[in-house]
Design a protein around this ligand. Structure first.
Ligand code: GLN
Length: 290
């Protein structure tokens, strides 16, 4: 059947409008995904030939979006740091908020040949897979405990060459298969407080609580991961976390309590501190004497 993209676009926009701050953008994404048309086709309101099933599917997706399902789950994929990751119910959606963490990591790894990297609570694998793709000489490991998230990690890792060594395990338990020394240990762990968990946006409520819930004060994973993995850092190695807004002082304090130095905070484009890092300045002999 022949349809006017202008009419269909404004129909979808009206359906999803109450649920989203950017109905125009999201409607375009849905039309592009279902009809395979370009943004320009939509903006020019072109006429196009579609199957009636495609139209039904679009309307179904618009209804689901209007009832609070995240756009990214409906599309089944989302871009992160220039690559497209498979996403869906059961895994945290990659966010632009996490790109500064990857940038900081890549900067740190510059000039370090064949670095070994560990990504904890990897989810889709967006951090580990990106680092593996940007640094083909790196040996990257990723740990994830949720079987649902693991399936997405595997798909994404395969898509970009299967370079990451994935481990399906709880990062807070002993993992015998892991190497014992890393240049970089990185994580975007769950970090929302109990109060924030009780007041999530409808879309975020559809994401796995396991990937969001950082305990009463949101800091539980920073305490546990830092304590457990500090001894896995090579001398000169770095630990790097994404943090929630306002958590920088508490997480830096955790670094210091774990005898890490060169604590550094990095702001995102909005001026919010999103990344904290610290380095292991101990030499091998110092570490042995502790
Ligand atoms: N940035 C996410 C949110 O605020 C939280 C991600 C996380 O806990 N790591 O929705």
């Amino acid at each position: 059947m022949r349809i006017s993209l202008r009419d269909v676009y404004s129909g979808v926009k009206n359906t999803i409008f109450p649920q989203t701050e950017d109905a125009a953008f999201e409607a375009k994404e849905l039309l592009q995904a279902v009809f395979g048309v370009s943004r320009q086709d939509i903006l020019l309101g072109r006429e196009t030939e579609v199957e009636s099933e495609q139209l039904d599917r679009l309307q179904e997706l618009a209804r689901r979006r209007a009832s609070g399902e995240p756009l990214q789950y409906l599309l089944g994929e989302w871009d992160f740091y220039g690559r497209t990751f498979s996403v869906g119910p059961g895994v945290l959606i990659p966010r632009a908020d996490t790109e500064p963490l990857v940038e900081k990591a890549l900067e740190f790894l510059k000039g370090k040949p064949n670095p070994r990297v560990l990504d904890l609570c990897t989810g889709t694998g967006c951090i580990a897979v990106t680092i593996g793709a940007e640094r083909p000489d790196a040996e990257v490991w990723a740990v994830e405990k949720s079987p649902e998230a693991w399936a997405f990690f595997c798909r994404n890792n395969e898509k970009y060459g299967g370079r990451v060594h994935g481990v399906l395990a709880d990062a807070l338990m002993e993992i015998p298969i892991l190497p014992v020394e890393f240049d970089l240990i990185i994580s975007n762990p769950p970090y929302l407080t109990a109060e924030e968990m009780a007041d999530l946006q409808p879309e975020v409520r559809k994401e796995p609580a396991m990937a969001l819930d950082g305990g009463e004060d949101g800091l539980s994973f920073y305490r546990q991961l830092t304590g457990r993995y500090r001894s896995f850092l090579k001398p000169g190695g770095m630990m790097a976390y994404e943090i929630g807004m306002g958590q920088e002082n508490a997480v830096c304090e955790i670094f210091l309590q774990n005898r890490l130095d060169s604590v550094c905070q990095t702001k995102d484009l909005h001026g919010i501190i999103r990344v904290v890092t610290a380095e292991n300045k101990l030499s091998r002999t110092d570490a042995g004497n502790q």
